[in-house]
Ligand binder design. Structure first.
Ligand SMILES: NC(=O)c1ccc[n+]([C@@H]2O[C@H](COP(=O)([O-])OP(=O)(O)OC[C@H]3O[C@@H](n4cnc5c(N)ncnc54)[C@H](O)[C@@H]3O)[C@@H](O)[C@H]2O)c1
Ligand SMILES: [Zn+2]
Ligand SMILES: [Zn+2]
Length: 403
């Protein structure tokens, strides 16, 4: 079968690989009909999330049809249409029973303290072969898949695999409640869905910060007020828009590949720039940029710093942008002295997603308008490159793999 395979930093290929087989009674095999490329995949190719193993199939977002189930999978059968959660979970440990499925004690083969297990990630997450492929093995299938109603199309469902639940979770981490002024840092697809989630959870206003024009324009169509960090200082802009109080909540939908402003009043001075350069060397010791491709973000702590500066005293920050374990710079002193609440983490997909499927099925919200590009596996490497360069029109790439 065909699959997107990670071979090294700056080196991904569409390979011919063996089809997966049931390895454990809790597994299922799914024929993938839709997959997608995510900002998380870029960290592995840029080198800002290290520890990938050569030969790992990439991708952690998919929709498909079950073709086979292991002996312990009692709730699914061949022919069932499912959305696959990006993160795996057993459904039986104390974390899963609390709904904290991203910290399942059992699913990660590296043990209970290894953290979240997800598809197509570094060694420490399994590694488990990913979902940008024609077929995939789904470990802990009973808890890692959710059945789809006919009313939800594959294109709608692909955004329920990771993006919508992550953004919803991010708004919850930030404690969004009625009337809040919420800032979303990052207008990638996670940021776009964070705007939707914040409004649906009661936000009075949502302000979005990014440096890419078409992404800001997309956020404006969702009802957000937008700030381009290359034109305005985003901290000053948020203060001006909030009577100098700051935001109630900030959702960081950027993560470790954050950029510094290239120009404008927020561009860093020489000392700050040198500090960012040191951070890049720490989080991404190995990089392999090819021209403007696969370049790591040049200011890993930029979003963290802005979040702490633009939130009100006693404000709340939810971090869903991914930071690698090597990222150690955070403005903890400023956060402490403002009495902030900062919560973060990988989405607890299994406990977050089901009500969102209902919301989409009921027509409350149609996520398909936010898919800006469709590709087949044949064009996947070019699609990765356009997405990595943040070319206009490449906010979210769905991969149409089969009917
Ligand atoms: N926690 C989770 O479970 C989870 C799940 C999915 C994705 N993620 C993470 O969410 C983040 C966003 O994912 P995506 O698919 O939208 O990625 P993306 O790369 O498409 O979007 C990131 C956006 O951030 C913008 N940006 C860069 N520097 C910035 C800055 N200093 N301030 C504001 N914006 C800035 C970029 O221009 C880009 O539009 C990634 O870090 C991804 O790994 C986390
Ligand atoms: Zn994702
Ligand atoms: Zn568990």
């Amino acid at each position: 079968m065909k699959a997107v395979v990670w071979h090294g930093i700056g080196d991904i290929r569409l390979d011919e690989v063996d089809e997966p087989r049931i390895e454990d009674g809790h597994d299922a095999i799914v024929r993938i009909t839709r997959s997608a490329i995510c900002g998380t995949d870029l960290h592995f190719i840029r080198g800002t999330m290290s520890g990938m193993r050569d030969g790992t199939i990439l991708g952690h977002e998919a929709v498909g049809v079950v073709t086979e189930v292991g002996e312990h999978v009692r709730g699914f059968q061949p022919g069932d249409r499912v959305v696959i959660n990006s993160t795996m979970s057993c459904g039986a440990c104390r974390y899963c029973r609390d709904g904290h499925t991203a910290q399942c004690d059992v699913a990660n083969p590296n043990g209970p303290h290894a953290g979240t297990s997800f598809f197509g990630g570094p060694e420490a997450t399994g590694p488990v072969d990913g979902l940008q492929a024609e077929y995939a093995r789904i470990p802990w299938a009973q808890n890692t898949m959710t059945k789809l109603p006919d009313a939800v199309s594959d294109d709608q469902a692909i955004l329920l695999s990771d993006i919508f639940p992550t953004a919803w979770f991010g708004a919850q981490l930030a404690g969004v409640s009625r009337g809040d002024v919420v800032v979303v840092l990052g207008a990638g697809i996670v940021g776009q869905f964070s705007v939707v989630s914040a409004f649906k959870q009661g936000a009075g206003r949502v302000i979005v910060v990014d440096g890419v024009a078409d992404r800001l324009e997309q956020a404006r169509t969702l009802g957000a007020e937008v700030v381009d960090f290359n034109d305005d200082d985003p901290v000053a802009a948020v203060m001006e828009l909030t009577n100098d109080i700051g935001a109630d909540c900030v959702i960081d939908a950027v993560g470790v590949d954050a950029e510094r402003p290239a120009r404008g009043p927020a561009a860093p001075d020489d000392d700050t720039a040198a500090g960012f350069d040191e951070e890049v060397a720490q989080v991404a010791p190995d990089i392999a940029p090819q021209g403007d491709l696969w370049r790591p973000g040049d200011a890993p702590s930029q979003a963290s710093r802005w979040a702490v500066e633009m939130v009100a005293k006693y404000g709340r920050i939810g971090i869903i942008g991914v930071y690698s374990p090597l990222a150690e710079v955070y403005p903890i002193g400023q956060a402490m002295n403002k009495n902030l609440t900062v919560r973060m983490g990988n989405c607890d997909h299994h406990s977050v997603t089901p009500p969102l499927i209902d919301m989409v099925a009921a027509g409350v919200f149609d996520p398909t308008a936010l898919i800006t590009a469709h590709e087949t596996l044949a064009g996947v490497i070019d699609a990765y490159e356009a997405f990595d360069r943040r070319e206009p029109g490449w906010i979210k790439v769905a991969l149409d793999i089969g009917g």
